[in-house]
Design a protein around this ligand. Structure first.
Ligand code: ATP
Ligand code: MG
Length: 227
């Protein structure tokens, strides 16, 4: 839970979409304050993933704005957003199956071996089941384990804001719980998190606040109890 009122990331009246003339987001406003774990819920097709993707420079923004620590980053490219501390774990993970777990974590990082070793140590502590198998090909992991690799890779970039799209999807109940605990642990290290979650009840148990999306606009906003 956070006490800060400093807004880290904000989508202000966003209108955004993929195809010309068709907006999926129709005036969507959300914000995450420093240290918060903010949930996004809503029915299939309501635009939850589109919202996260538009915060990561992957969707065409037609109107409205995105700010990061007060700076207007509307329309900014993904690689610039990554440099500014935004991390994203998509709904369908982007793990390279033909690479080892460790190589997946190194992807695009260009770290010296010593730097990689120290930075990855925190990650291995967070994901012990990956640490033991770091030389193993990611293709030999289960779907849930691959999701962990995707989250671990996003954390290697040391994001200050992390966008998680249904991190517990497709996992068994025990693994879901582990994922939520880990998400809270990451949040408690100071990372602000915006998380889409299919299960509204679980989302409201875990998150500080949640927004309900309905056809690309937000219907309500509040804490678990308020909703
Ligand atoms: P779910 O709960 O199923 O993940 P969601 O709330 O994340 O749903 P989105 O993935 O944001 O929903 O999709 C919202 C709408 O945008 C859908 O109607 C979908 O068909 C459309 N859409 C998503 N991706 C694209 C794309 N790449 N090109 C065109 N339309 C898209
Ligand atoms: Mg989605």
């Amino acid at each position: 839970a956070s006490t800060s009122t400093e807004v880290v990331m904000r989508a202000n009246e966003l209108h955004a979409g993929y195809l010309p003339g068709i907006n999926i987001l129709n005036g969507c406003t959300i914000e995450a304050r420093k240290g918060e774990l903010v949930g996004i819920i809503g029915p299939n097709g309501s635009g939850k993933s589109t919202l996260l993707k538009s915060l990561f420079g992957l969707v065409d923004i037609r109107d409205g704005s995105v700010t990061l620590n007060g700076e207007d980053v509307t329309g900014m490219k993904t690689n610039q957003l990554v440099r500014k501390g935004v991390g994203f774990v998509p709904q369908t993970n982007n793990v390279f199956q033909a690479l080892s777990i460790e190589e997946n974590l190194q992807m695009g990082m260009f770290l010296k071996p010593k730097e990689f070793a120290s930075r990855s140590q925190e990650i291995w502590d967070l994901f012990p089941m990956l640490a033991d198998r770091r030389k193993q090909l990611a293709g030999s992991l289960s779907g849930g384990e691959r999701q962990s690799v995707a989250m671990a890779r996003a954390l290697m970039m040391e994001p200050s804001v992390l966008l998680l799209d249904e991190p517990s999807a497709g996992l068994s109940p025990v693994r879901q719980d582990e994922t939520f605990i880990r998400t809270r642990q990451i949040n408690q290290t100071g990372v602000t998190i915006i998380m889409v979650e299919q299960n509204a009840r679980r989302c409201l148990q875990i998150c500080d606040r949640a927004y309900v999306l309905d056809q690309g606009t937000n219907a309500h906003e509040g804490t678990g109890r308020e909703l």
